[in-house]
Design a protein around this ligand. Structure first.
Ligand code: DSN
Length: 411
């Protein structure tokens, strides 16, 4: 029986979400809209197949087609990023990091990553995460005055703390990260270097950010952010770590791999290998730069004074509005952002002084500099008069008109 006939409640929710995605502006830096081809693979009957193990070494019969799928995905990922070895089975970013840390360190060893309130990630050693509970965790921070990483201070901390693993990579850091410098620091203290490139994987794939592959022992990434694939992850590593990583992914922390998602990752890698993908990422970066220029013209302070990636962090204190209130009032006008701490934020994490803005999703819709200028103007008008309901409604109507001209899937 068709879903809509059997389960109208779930059908309604899916249709509601489809309508929401078409009619709102998505500025969440970690989200994107994968192609219909990626969604078709993800929604395919490959999901029916159990395939614990690796191609030609499975614990189930009938794996001849899913073996092909996994081999193709691995080969494409290796070609896209120039990696020695790739494991495409991790179900998501946190498990990818978990398998990686277990491969390189023992319970109780020390790990060192960027502090969460400074743009890091929960799984890089935050106390409530497995990474902060099962490992001793120390954090480096961005500098108070520049809000960027200072590699000599990170080196000093590494020398004092002697971590087993140094993690670089971020979920709210707008400047480029120098992986070669992190390698030097790791070598000096005898640490392993792990890069979590989840946010910037698409930029790395397009060759527009230094690649961590030559420098890091192990690189983890999700596949659904700037890379524009399915909701999932993978691990890329040097040959010497291949066996260890594979064993920690399965049977270490996972059971059966999700073969439909692995097929969707293969499709995503094929897309990212096309020349058009570089054009897309170029536009993602141009759009973020346009936001930077416009916000500055309007008098906003940007964390780290701007961006050279796909995202920026706006400090709202001069506008006398918190990140939470900004997120709420912008949502009323169908502009979707997330509140975000700024470095050394005086507000609590659920309130925050900032918002994070990213351009991968609007760029996928085809929006360019003129649209970004318009959106930035709307954001400013709303944040300057957050109580002006008729202004919010008027802008909300304009947002809907703009969205209609740049459909996501309704083409
Ligand atoms: N939660 C993701 C983000 O929004 O950046 C990171 O995993």
């Amino acid at each position: 029986m068709e879903l809509k006939n059997f389960d109208p409640e779930i059908t309604d929710a899916i249709q509601g979400e489809a309508g929401r995605e078409e009619s709102t502006l998505n500025l969440i830096a970690s989200e994107n809209y994968p192609s219909k081809s990626v969604l078709a693979a993800q929604g395919s009957l490959l999901q029916n197949k159990y395939a614990e193990g690796y191609p030609h070494r499975r614990y189930y019969g009938g794996c001849e087609f899913v073996d092909k799928v996994e081999e193709i995905a691995v080969e494409r990922a290796k070609r896209l990023f120039g990696a020695d070895h790739v494991n495409v089975q991790p179900l998501s970013g946190v498990p990818a990091n978990m398998a990686t840390f277990f491969s390189l360190a023992n319970f109780g060893d020390k790990i060192m990553g960027l502090a969460l309130p400074h743009g890091g990630h929960l799984s890089h050693g935050y106390p409530v995460s497995f990474s902060g509970k099962w490992f001793k965790s120390v954090n480096y921070q961005v500098e108070r005055d520049t809000e960027v990483l200072d590699y000599s201070n990170i080196a000093k901390l590494a020398e004092a703390e002697k971590p087993k693993i140094i993690i670089c990579g971020a979920s709210a850091y707008s400047r480029k990260i120098q992986f070669d410098k992190f390698r030097e620091i790791a070598d000096k203290v005898g640490a392993y270097l792990v890069t979590d490139m989840a946010h910037i994987a698409g930029i790395v794939a397009a060759g527009l950010h230094q690649s961590p592959i030559p420098y890091a022992d192990v690189v983890t990434t999700t596949t659904h952010k700037s890379l524009r694939g399915p909701r999932s992850a993978m691990i890329l590593c040097k040959s010497k770590w291949a066996d260890n990583i594979d064993k920690w992914v399965f049977p270490g922390i996972h059971g059966g791999p999700h073969m439909h998602t692995i097929a969707a990752k293969a499709v995503c890698f094929k897309e990212a290998l096309q020349p058009e993908f570089k054009d897309y990422i170029n536009q993602v970066l141009l759009n973020a730069k346009t936001f930077e220029n416009e916000f500055k013209k309007l008098g906003y302070r940007l964390v780290a004074d701007g961006t050279d990636t796909h995202l920026l962090l706006v400090d709202l204190r001069s506008k006398k509005i918190t990140g939470r209130d900004a997120e709420d009032v912008l949502t009323k006008a169908s502009i979707i952002v997330n509140r975000n701490t700024i470095p050394y934020d005086p507000e609590k994490p659920l309130i925050t002084s900032g918002i994070r803005i990213g351009t991968p999703a609007t760029t996928t819709r085809g929006m360019k500099e003129p649209e970004i200028k318009k959106i930035c103007g709307w954001i400013d008008k709303i944040l300057t008069n957050p109580g002006d309901e008729s202004n919010i409604q008027k802008i909300g109507a304009e947002v809907k008109e703009l969205c209609k001209s740049f459909p996501v899937y309704n083409k």
